[in-house]
Ligand binder design. Sequence first.
Ligand SMILES: [Zn+2]
Length: 279
Amino acid sequence: MRARLAVVVVGLWASLDAAVGGESIISGEPMQGGLVHGRVSPGAQVWYEGRKLRVSQRGQFVIGFGRNEAPITKLDIRYPGGSREQRQLNVAQREYDIQRIDGLPPRKVEPTAKDLVRIRQEAALIKTARRRDSADTDFLLGFTWPVVGQISGVYGSQRVLNGKPRRPHYGVDVAARAGTPVRAPASGVVSLVHRDMYFTGGTIIIDHGHGLSSVFSHLSEVHVRERQRVARAETIAKVGATGRATGPHLHWGVNWFERRLDPQLMAGPMPTAAKQNSR
Ligand SMILES: [Zn+2]
């Protein structure tokens, strides 16, 4: 019986192109750095790449795709009655730019042994915040730009800092004057506040639920506390140039647990300045 079931299950791998495969519904285009929303009948379990995903009481779940996500990933749904549905998600592959930034303080590109101790401690705090898997579903209403301005750095770029290859850029940079208000792109709970991290300076992380979180870096002022609930568009901080930065800008990153997503895919086109002023 078990062997027969396995054969049937293999035959059920369905392409996402049909949007609906079996009973589950996936909306959004799977893409490196992107995210899709899913829906199953309440009570179903959703497994993705060996991870059991949080499913809301209404059957909603979310999946995020990393910068180098493989072209084919698999979803395994187990329904309360014992039936199973397996789906294949075809993840669109992207190409990334190379971005060269010069003029950074040398120590911010090649930290000393003492700096590395601090960097590791700060990375652990960030990792803990990103591991949260809360039942909140703030992410369901989507994301808006936390600052309106010129995009000065995009997601995924391979970075060369002061001539040295460094890890890719996992977020989007928006140039803005120091002191410009930073508004929450979606509601959520503040899971980390740090006034001065080595690389990211004044830093805030907001948990939007189900493992989705936003990080805001290089802030000159922070206006929220940890565990505080914030509403979309609420001012949470001010733009600055703290940490590793050559000038004032907001770095906004979005994560699904440890996977780094592209905020531009979530927030869509940058609104015009006029729209921002009327907000
Ligand atoms: Zn950045």
